[in-house]
Ligand binder design. Structure first.
Ligand SMILES: Cc1cc2nc3c(=O)[nH]c(=O)nc-3n(C[C@H](O)[C@H](O)[C@H](O)COP(=O)(O)O)c2cc1C
Length: 202
């Protein structure tokens, strides 16, 4: 076995990946995550793969009183984007209350088109890789996470309501907090239905 292979506990990696669960802010304990841990979570995001090393992700980290801004911005965005007759008051209330139940909320965005040779969809793909790194790192620290999106997320006006620099593409919020109780069990359909192996030359 090579040195590099020995450096990782593969069973621990399996447990981490399969044991990561979405845990939403109403299930958080209220305990605040240390800034040093948030920094490690962000550092691991920055190590996600990117085509041409474009690192298109841009994050805004809200915590403490900063969460109030998100609690105002998210419902304001929803109210501006969703047609009046389709708006739900419970949804507005939830968008306002959810950030205040989290220890930290990370606004997720990409700067699209950094390289003209790379299709813009790959910026979004890279951001998703970065979010996965954050969710796994959070889980390793015993922290729950929730990637939250909605119809209003993909509207160009999001930058205005959420204080993002113009030109950035907003892709949702990653909420973080220690679970009050436990990580819930997960469920997945069988893998076999989603994989085809090709091992003959036909
Ligand atoms: C891009 C993306 C957006 C998501 N947006 C939402 C959302 O708006 N609301 C929600 O309840 N869950 C959202 N989720 C989380 C999924 O519901 C969750 O990952 C799924 O139920 C599987 O559960 P698990 O994460 O615990 O394995 C999102 C996940 C991804 C990857």
């Amino acid at each position: 076995m090579h040195d590099q292979e020995e450096a990782f506990d593969v069973r621990a990696v399996h447990r981490l990946i399969r044991g990561r669960r979405t845990v939403k802010p109403p299930q958080y304990s209220g305990r605040i995550i240390d800034r040093s841990i948030i920094s490690e979570i962000l550092e691991n995001a920055n190590w996600a793969p990117t085509h041409g090393l474009s690192q298109p992700w841009r994050f805004k980290v809200f915590t403490g009183a900063g969460l109030q801004r998100l609690s105002r911005g998210l419902p304001a965005l929803y109210a501006a984007v969703i047609p009046k007759e389709e708006q739900q008051s419970e949804k507005l209330e939830k968008l306002a209350s959810t950030p205040l139940k989290a220890s930290h909320a990370i606004l997720l965005a990409v700067q699209p088109g950094l390289s003209p040779k790379i299709p813009e969809v790959e910026d979004v793909e890279a951001l998703a890789c970065a979010v996965q790194n954050m969710q796994l790192t959070a889980r390793a620290y015993g922290i729950g996470s929730f990637w939250s999106t909605g119809r209003q997320t993909y509207d160009a006006r999001a930058c205005v309501y959420l204080g993002l620099e113009e030109g950035l593409q907003y892709l949702g919020v990653l909420y973080l907090g220690y679970p009050k109780h436990f990580f819930p069990p997960g469920a997945r359909e069988p893998l076999a239905e989603r994989v085809e192996w090709i091992d003959t030359d036909g």
